[in-house]
Ligand binder design. Structure first.
Ligand code: ADP
Length: 362
């Protein structure tokens, strides 16, 4: 007997040989799968016609199918692996083919190479700051492993509501917001993985009634995991903002995040350096972590520098008490810094990211 379709698919799902660390089934690379008796023909789609991965993928597929044959005691005859190429990246495809949120003008991801750099804080500041400047803004807490928007936006006491099978976003601080933190127990959110993470994120993003928006900012989990890939496959992104801290040791992580977005076909709109410097009450500025590291990295990578956000204890308090607008009351240097970053982002989003050579991924 030949292998059953589900056994074939399971075998192919053990082949992890992609640019993005996913198996070839999850990454959508298996375009055709035909069986003629025990003979199997497969079409694999690559992002480039002359990808050096071809032979490796062919060998791994053969090995996986033969192993599955042995395990299930079934015959595996000839295995023919053909390759085709779709030069478009995940996000180009979604930009060209389907848009589940046609009423949202610009969708912008906020990412970081690692946790704790203030990514959620900056996503919140950008959302509230763009709304202060007159835009209609939504903020999606896509950090499904560690959602912080319930606290940062003070949503604890608000009730989740839905209408016509769509979630209604929370309308707070001049923006619309949605977070998984209001839908499940916080400790359950932390254990979601793989396909469930994709489905949780996808529901939050596409089954929320955002209405008309100028910007939807998406706060991503730190690092280069499943959610950025889901986002790039689901929603047409105008681009991504990378948040980093100034230390040289933090820059490798930020570079990895930049590279990940490039591989997904998401333009980088710019970099924000958080915890750049400290402004004392007398207005004097102190560099704590080496102000300017982010700017140097941005210029070395040829991406826009959107600005530096100071470090200040009142920012932590505004986040803990869920009052993001209080950030603008800390002092003038800081409120100017927030406004500048928001204006620079609006400018970068309206112009689109500059063309620049993408980094090699092999
Ligand atoms: P991430 O999303 O990168 O994990 P958060 O935005 O949750 O990071 O920030 C981590 C902690 O640091 C939070 O308590 C936040 O209030 C605090 N924080 C972030 N940026 C600043 C800043 N510029 N000044 C003071 N505290 C900050």
């Amino acid at each position: 007997m030949p292998l059953l379709p589900a056994q074939l698919r399971n075998a192919l799902a053990t082949v992890i040989e992609t640019d993005i660390g996913k198996d070839i089934v999850t990454a959508g690379m298996v375009k055709d799968l035909q069986c003629n008796g025990a003979d199997i023909s497969i079409e694999i789609q690559l992002s480039s016609p002359d990808s050096p991965l071809r032979e490796r993928i062919r060998e791994k597929i053969e090995a996986a199918l033969r192993l599955a044959g042995q395990e299930h005691g079934e015959d595996v005859g000839s295995i023919n692996v053909a390759f085709s190429a779709d030069m478009r990246s995940a996000n180009e495809k979604v930009r060209e083919e389907k848009n589940p949120l046609p009423n949202v003008k610009k969708i912008i991801a906020v990412g970081a190479g690692k946790g704790g750099v203030g990514k959620s804080t900056i996503a919140t500041l950008l959302a509230v700051g763009l709304a202060k400047q007159g835009a209609k803004v939504g903020l999606l807490d896509g950090d499904i492993y560690g959602p912080s928007m319930t606290t940062m936006l003070g949503l604890h006491r608000l009730e989740s509501k839905s209408e016509d099978n769509l979630l209604l976003p929370f309308e707070v601080h001049g923006i619309k917001a949605m977070t998984i933190g209001k839908l499940v127990e916080p400790d359950r959110a932390l254990i979601w993985r793989g396909p469930r993470a994709h489905s949780a994120f996808s529901q939050l993003a596409t089954q929320t009634n955002w209405g008309e928006l100028d910007y939807l900012l998406v706060d991503l989990p730190p690092g280069t995991g499943d959610v950025p890939l889901s986002l790039a496959q689901l929603l047409p992104l105008s681009g991504a903002v990378i948040v980093c801290t100034p230390q040289v040791v933090a820059q490798d992580d930020a570079r990895r995040a930049v590279r990940m977005f490039e591989q997904l076909g998401v333009p980088i709109l710019g970099l924000v350096e958080n915890m750049s410097y400290f402004v004392a009450d007398d207005g004097k500025e102190y560099d704590i972590f080496g102000r300017g590291g982010g700017q140097q990295m941005a210029s070395a990578m040829n991406i826009d520098f959107l600005g530096g956000i100071p470090i200040h204890p009142d920012m932590r308090i505004a986040a803990d008490t869920g009052e993001p607008l209080k950030n603008w009351e800390i002092n003038e240097t800081m409120s100017h810094a927030f406004d500048d970053v928001c204006k620079n982002l609006a400018g970068a989003a309206s112009l689109g990211a500059p063309d620049r050579p993408t980094l090699s991924i092999h």
